[in-house]
Design a protein around this ligand. Structure first.
Ligand code: FMN
Length: 449
């Protein structure tokens, strides 16, 4: 199995030295005009040095209007080619291959990006809250041409292939999906009509790059959005793409409208490798290679593995992130878990995308949460708390978990100062916080040296 991962594999005419593919990831560090920066090229070169067989770039705008993020790259102008030639040269130096992902963001355009959001139909985006304008047929034809011209420039820049981004709720996906595409002309309605835009994009791109240039298409196998496409129609779509002659299908999931557990970038509560079954199913239906993603990593996750929980009721004092996660973990084996939280709601300190999922798990596991509850005493048999009106209650507890909050912890500063001239104190040694704060402070301290 492991050795299989390191065997070469062809995508169309291109031999990828191994089966390790790094999927597209926006870093948003290019110039405003879509030309590349040294930072962008260096970042990709590091991936090539690391041994990836195929690197897929972040989504390149096919036009300035197509950009969904302010500082992503683009190939809508010949002036953008030289930087990309340098990028592909640097990647090839390390034996890796590189595909260029090309896209139009449609209505999924970040608020700080200039330009009118466009879509097959004027339906507000639930996340970005953009109200797009419906595209006219001449505009659709112009965008198809822009895809083709962009593909030409990618080939001229030395990319080994292309990935047409038809996933994640961007413009092509918007045409494919019935819940967004409400058109009544030849681009909306039945499956064949909803595929028409993608068909035309593929045909134009193929015409421009020739029969031997690899083209992969990325799709969301399940959009995990109300009314979004699910596996059944995606299998038909995959068959359709195979019949068109695409060189590979990349199976992803989600749109901006998905719930966090099934979003494009899932959170920690999602099942591991949750696209793999559908990708396997697609593999059985098509003749081209299939690529897939999402939480494909070691299942042996050691989560709070050494908590010693006695049988009987468990009371978790503190309903913040740590208390909530600990309660959820314990409730997998103990069905009598209560969270006591002094604030009016639990998980108030948590990133919203993770909070929704954890709340669902807390409810599904039958964990009780008592809010506006200030713990006043803990003894051998229970925990007492004062409610919002100052009344004292006592609940039984065989195990009590202390998750009252964080406190700064800095036992090493003095020792370090005794040994070194220059000492910088960062992260939770200064003020209790999360890893992002600590990483940033560590980075700034490192740069200041
Ligand atoms: C910061 C970030 C930016 C991303 N940008 C893109 C993108 O430009 N195009 C795309 O198709 N997917 C994009 N993705 C999704 C990833 O390609 C991938 O599908 C997802 O992160 C799941 O990866 P995993 O298999 O490592 O869990 C992005 C993901 C991250 C984390």
């Amino acid at each position: 199995m492991i050795t299989e991962l390191f065997r070469p594999k062809n995508i169309g005419t291109v031999t990828i030295p191994n089966r390790l593919i790094v999927s597209a990831m926006v870093v948003n560090v290019c110039n405003d005009d879509g030309t590349l920066t040294d930072r962008f090229i260096d970042y990709h070169e590091e991936k090539a040095k690391g041994g990836w067989g195929l690197i897929i770039t972040e989504d390149y705008g096919i036009s300035a209007d197509a950009k969904g993020y302010s500082n992503i790259p683009g190939l809508w102008d010949d002036a953008q080619i030289p930087g990309n030639k340098e990028l592909t040269r640097r990647i090839h130096n390390h034996g890796a291959k590189i595909f260029c992902q090309i896209y139009h963001s449609g209505k999924q355009k970040m608020p700080n990006v200039p330009g009118q959001p466009l879509a097959p139909s004027a339906i507000k985006d639930p996340l970005v809250q953009n109200m797009p304008r419906e595209l006219t047929v001449p505009e659709i034809r112009q965008i198809v041409k822009q895809f083709g011209a962009c593909a030409c420039r990618a080939k001229e820049s030395g990319f080994d292939g292309l990935e047409i981004h038809a996933a994640h709720g961007y413009l092509i996906a918007q045409f494919l999906s019935w819940f967004i595409n409400k058109r009544t002309d030849e681009y909306g309605g039945c499956f064949a009509n909803r595929c028409r835009f993608l068909d035309e994009v593929y045909a134009e791109v193929r015409k421009n790059v020739g029969p031997d240039f690899p083209i992969m298409v990325r799709i969301s196998v399940n959009e995990y959005a109300p009314g979004g496409r699910k596996e059944a129609e995606s299998y038909a779509l995959a068959r359709h793409l195979d019949e068109l002659g695409v060189d590979a299908i990349h199976v992803s999931n989600g749109t901006y409208a998905s719930d966090m557990e099934h979003s494009i970038i899932t959170n920690m509560f999602a099942d591991n490798a949750f696209n793999t079954d559908a990708a396997q199913q697609i593999k059985s239906l098509v003749s081209c290679p299939v690529v897939t993603v999402n939480k494909i990593h070691d299942a042996q996750l050691a989560l709070l593995g050494n908590v010693d929980v006695k049988p009987g009721p468990v009371v978790v004092c503190g309903g913040g992130e740590v208390g909530g996660e600990t309660a959820e973990f314990i409730a997998q084996t103990n069905h009598d878990v209560t969270i006591l939280e002094m604030r009016p709601s639990i998980l108030a300190d948590m990133f919203i995308g993770n909070m929704g999922s954890l709340l669902q798990h807390i409810q599904a596991n039958g964990i009780r949460s008592i809010t506006n509850a200030t713990v006043t005493a803990i003894n051998e048999t229970g925990v007492s708390y004062s409610d919002g009106e100052g009344k004292i209650h006592t609940i039984p507890a065989a195990t009590v978990v202390s998750a009252f909050g964080y406190r700064a912890y800095n036992p090493l500063e003095e020792t370090a100062k005794a040994a070194c001239k220059e000492v910088h104190v960062v992260g939770s040694a200064v003020k209790a916080g999360n890893a992002l704060v600590a990483i940033r402070e560590g980075y700034l301290a490192g740069m200041a040296l």
